[in-house]
Design a protein around this ligand. Structure first.
Ligand SMILES: C=Cc1c2[nH]c(c1C)Cc1[nH]c(c(CCC(=O)O)c1C)Cc1[nH]c(c(C)c1CCC(=O)O)Cc1[nH]c(c(C)c1C=C)C2
Length: 575
């Protein structure tokens, strides 16, 4: 029973990590924004720097707040969409989609509503919670696949996991409440060191490092526990123990409801989502039953629809091949920002009343490079198991992973409704933090050979793929390393002082590395501009600059309520 509770806290914490920007919208769904631009004076010209998903969704939400303003999106490359790239490839008998970046979305409120508003509901393909892809997630350790416990793991599952050695150190969770309190003055530590101090180093290296590979492609011995294990970090700070705190939150409070702790800013965001967003009931039901969703033509369909939609508005122009060279405040009052863009010698400079930047700042975070190798085989029965795929922890012996793979996604098992032929489709992810400091990366041919050798060793797949695609995403995932929040706060203070609120930032370096994080960030940023908000001295980093303490809240306050409504309706319907 105790073990079950501990496993459940670990699950809760990992789920917390998985949905990080998280608390703003914790796995919510949904719809209809009630928005009103009450401003008497709008910014005349607005620039959005970067045409990835954060930039395009900022253009979408900001141009809706200010329909009379002229909005220009500057994109350095020839296409918008950033890391989201879906390619339809012809194979014998039909065609298949290869994704080079993110491929699925979790059910999260502003994203789902955006999808609804863009008219994409008929193009969605859902992965149901009951499907193997939702239930079967594997970790490769030390030389075989181990299925992670599902919601109700069978005894056989637990015994087999135990025998693999992957659970070594799990008993450290039972001792966690008795561990000494956090040393005074410790303001952050790495995820690895936090878990070593409170639970056991083996759990960090075997299980948690695998999960962090699947999200950040990063090294748990460099990433910040304060940022990425924020719930556990805050519970420890408030109650002296993460696990003990988890139970104390419930026992200290007379309320019968399930309780948690949350940052007041996140609580306010959740309330705003509930007030302003309204999804179609049918869509909300589909989302409730799904673990993830994507589109029939791949995730790029979302960014294409976003670009089409903003361009149709008439007040938004998307300028591709227009790299931004610099931004600087204009005049003594800094009430405008000069944006210099284009390539030497033909750069141009224009002034804007407001700039929303999704561009990276190299002093804030390092980045990792990920190589994705998509492979398609005509034989539909090559996978030894059905499921989402598997992740490879940092503790796997070198001889089991000399290619430095991070994980393998079983696309043909995980995503239905995109390909017109059967077959086996996988994506091998290579590199991440393992390639830090490398001067040169494998070329396409080497990448393909490395991926094939991973599949041969781990899954016994030795057939020749019918089609493949290799993509090197250089510096694609920002790493929230030790001390990240302090650096972010200083950065926020700096740009607020310099640009007096006329430059705001949003994107994966600031809001979380996922697509939902970027869309939620853009949604929040646009709300902050509403009315006279665009004239305030904010910078878009209000969450990290808000020094209020985390407080005890009802867990239901942190989710989109329509979910509860859908559940109640189902229960009534089922009676
Ligand atoms: C392209 C590489 C990426 C890796 N992580 C991310 C990207 C874009 C970002 C990311 N991945 C996941 C999350 C959690 C929240 C969520 O949306 O589910 C985030 C923020 C989980 C995830 N990991 C993998 C997949 C297919 C998913 C689902 C979301 C998605 O489609 O991206 C697999 C995976 N991602 C990475 C690796 C190394 C990997 C390994 C199998 C890096």
């Amino acid at each position: 029973m105790r073990l079950k509770r501990h496993v459940s806290l670990l699950e809760t914490t990992l789920r917390h990590v998985a949905t990080r920007a998280l608390l703003p919208a914790l796995a919510s769904t949904c719809h209809h924004y009630r928005y009103a631009s009450t401003s008497t004076q709008n910014p005349e010209r607005i620039a959005i720097l970067g045409g990835g998903v954060a930039g395009l969704s900022s253009a979408y939400f900001v141009s809706r707040e200010f329909p009379k303003s002229k909005v220009t999106v500057f994109e350095a490359g020839k296409d918008t969409g950033g890391w989201i790239k879906s390619k339809r490839v012809e194979v014998p008998g039909g065609d298949v989609i290869f994704e080079s970046g993110p491929r699925t979305l979790r059910n999260a409120t502003p994203t789902a509503h955006l999808v609804q508003e863009l008219g994409l509901l008929d193009d969605i393909t859902y992965t149901d919670r009951t499907e193997p892809a939702a239930k079967n997630r594997y970790i490769y350790y030390p030389d075989r696949l181990n299925r992670l416990p599902a919601e109700r793991p069978s005894l056989t599952d637990v015994i087999s996991l135990w025998r693999s050695g992957i659970l070594s150190g799990i008993m450290g969770m039972a001792k966690e409440p008795m561990q000494p309190k956090r040393p005074h003055g410790l303001t952050d530590e790495t995820v690895g060191s936090f878990l070593e101090r409170r639970v056991d180093k083996r759990i960090a290296n075997n299980i948690v490092s695998a999960v962090f590979h699947g999200i950040y492609a990063g090294d748990i011995w460099q990433l910040s526990a304060k940022t990425l294990l924020s719930l556990a970090w805050q519970l420890e700070g408030k109650y002296g123990s993460a696990l003990g705190g988890f139970f104390k939150v419930q026992s200290d409070d007379p309320r019968p409801q399930q309780l948690t702790i949350a940052h007041p800013y996140d609580l306010e965001t959740s309330k705003a989502l509930n007030e302003e967003v309204d999804l179609d009931l049918g869509f909300a039901k589909n989302l409730k039953a799904a673990s993830t969703f994507t589109f029939k033509n791949g995730l790029q369909q979302l960014v294409r629809a976003l670009q089409d939609s903003v361009e149709k508005k008439g007040n938004v122009e998307v300028k591709v091949n227009s790299p931004v060279q610099s931004t600087r405040p204009v005049g003594n009052d800094s009430l405008q920002v000069a944006v210099t863009f284009g390539t030497e010698p033909s750069t141009q400079t224009e002034n804007f009343d407001l700039v929303v930047s999704t561009l990276r700042n190299n002093d804030l975070t390092p980045y990792v490079t990920v190589m994705t190798v998509n492979l398609y085989y005509t034989n539909p029965s090559l996978l030894p198991v059905q499921g989402f795929g598997y992740l490879i922890p940092q503790s796997v012996p070198f001889e089991q992973n000399p290619e430095r793979a991070l994980g393998v996604i079983f696309d043909s098992s995980a995503i239905k409704g995109q390909d017109t032929v059967d077959g086996t489709k996988v994506t091998v992810m290579l590199g991440g933090h393992w390639w830090n400091g490398w001067n040169a990366y494998p070329d396409e041919q080497d990448g393909l050979e490395m991926a094939k050798s991973v599949l041969a060793r781990h899954l016994n797949i030795t057939e020749t793929p019918t089609a493949s695609h290799v993509n090197l995403a250089k510096d694609c995932i920002p790493q929230y390393t030790l001390g990240y929040e302090d650096r972010l706060r200083d950065f926020g203070r700096g740009i607020s002082a310099e640009f007096k609120g006329r430059l705001r930032v949003v994107g994966n370096q600031f809001n979380g590395v996922g697509v939902n994080d970027c869309i939620t960030g853009a949604w929040n940023l646009a709300r902050g501009l509403r009315g006279e908000g665009w004239k305030s001295g904010s910078c878009g980093l209000e969450r990290v600059m808000d020094e209020r303490k985390w407080e005890v809240v009802e867990a239901s306050e942190m989710v989109y309520r329509k979910e509860e409504y859908v559940r109640e309706e189902d229960e009534i319907g089922g009676r």
